[in-house]
Design a protein around this ligand. Structure first.
Ligand code: KG4
Ligand code: ZN
Length: 343
């Protein structure tokens, strides 16, 4: 990431966000990092559903088809023209390499043609910024719990750009565990919403492991998944809805327990929910009910992948004078704390 000490901005700064890390092609325009002027998502979920998961080659081809139409819808909804865009922020990792490449090259060409700053954004950091798009400003230090399809990270956020990773999953990510449980119970794809729907008609009657790792803020979900697998294989699951409710309950309990223990240990002012699994109603309700400190909960559309979070995150980098070069690459395995293109 290059730093430019003098960056001049208009009165209001309009950042165009581009997101294509997995199976959603998204564009959004965000004003001053906090106000969504428009946000459009072209989901590929129906295309991948028949394969039971995302097919990377299909995803990148679909991003190619959707990128320009989604951008046009986004500009139209915001009643803005490309010339009104002040900067372009794009997810450059982590994610599927082919999918990331489409978004990053699209963003680079826009930045070059418009002669505007380009900023590469870490998708996981982007998820946290859903909490800046809901009409209030989070109070630092805050604790972010990022629960997505590929990651489960507990991050102490002392300020913008000042993060300490204090816990992560040692095996499956929470979203991945939901997706695998859904497959096991034949609930379809995408797994998280399918498990949640089935759980609404069930009771958490099955005994599943607690998945607690002593003396650590790390998570582990594979034991719960394996225990569910054994119960299914040995015919001990009489009701799929009860199994879904039991699984959801076990995962949510670990997430809430670990998060609240870390919040107390680090004396934070606020908990910030982020990532696709944060769309889970049971998780949202239990976190709020059990937490002694305020919990910021973005709406469902800002928890799952979208480009408004990328534009917001990009804005906060830009106002610190950070930007990427046109040599910005894609980083499929970019870890949380690492930002793209370090000096
Ligand atoms: O953040 P996200 O949209 O994409 C990634 O960056 O990975 O997260 C996707 C994950 C999937 O594993 C999906 O099953 C899960 O979020 N998810 C849910 C719910 N909605 C999406 N998990 C549990 N309950 C939900 N309601
Ligand atoms: Zn995501």
């Amino acid at each position: 990431m290059n730093r430019r000490p003098c960056v001049c901005y208009n009165l209001h700064m309009h950042v165009l966000g581009i997101e294509s890390s997995c199976d959603e092609t998204a564009a959004a325009i965000v004003e001053d990092g906090v106000k969504i002027l428009s946000s459009k998502v072209a989901s590929q979920v129906d295309i991948h559903a028949r394969y039971g998961g995302v097919v990377p080659e299909v995803a990148s081809r679909q991003h190619l088809l959707s990128a320009v139409p989604v951008l046009n819808q986004c500009l139209e909804a915001a009643t803005l023209k490309l010339k009104n865009i002040d900067a372009v922020a794009v997810t450059c990792g982590p994610g599927l390499a082919g999918s990331l490449l489409v978004g990053v090259n699209f963003a680079k060409s826009l930045a070059l043609a418009l002669d505007k700053p380009l900023i590469g954004v870490n998708h996981l950091e982007g998820h946290i910024y859903a909490n800046w798009l809901i009409g209030h400003t989070p109070v630092f230090p805050a604790l972010a719990i990022i629960v997505s399809g590929g990651h489960t990270d507990l991050v102490l956020m002392k300020d913008h750009g000042n993060y300490v990773l204090i816990g992560r999953t040692r095996d499956d990510a929470a979203g991945e565990a939901f997706d695998k449980a859904a497959r096991l119970l034949n609930l379809g794809y995408p797994g998280g919403p399918a498990v949640e729907k089935a759980a609404r008609s069930g009771s958490p009657t099955l005994r599943l492991p607690k998945g607690i790792i002593p003396n650590s803020f790390d998570f582990s979900f594979s034991g719960i998944k394996t225990a569910l697998y054994r119960l299914v294989e040995t015919g001990q699951v009489a009701s799929v809805n009860d199994a879904a409710a039991s699984f959801q309950d076990a995962v949510v309990k670990i997430l809430v327990k670990r998060t609240l223990a870390a919040a107390e240990e680090f004396g934070v002012n606020q908990i910030l929910l982020a990532g696709g699994v944060a769309a889970n109603t049971r998780l949202r309700e239990k976190m709020v009910k059990d937490s002694p400190i305020p919990v910021s909960i973005p709406p469902l559309s800002l928890c799952t992948d979208n480009a408004a979070i990328i534009a917001s995150c990009g804005y906060f980098h830009l106002i610190r004078g950070e930007r990427s070069g046109l040599d910005l690459d894609v980083y499929p395995s970019l870890p949380f704390a690492s930002m793209p293109n370090p000096d």
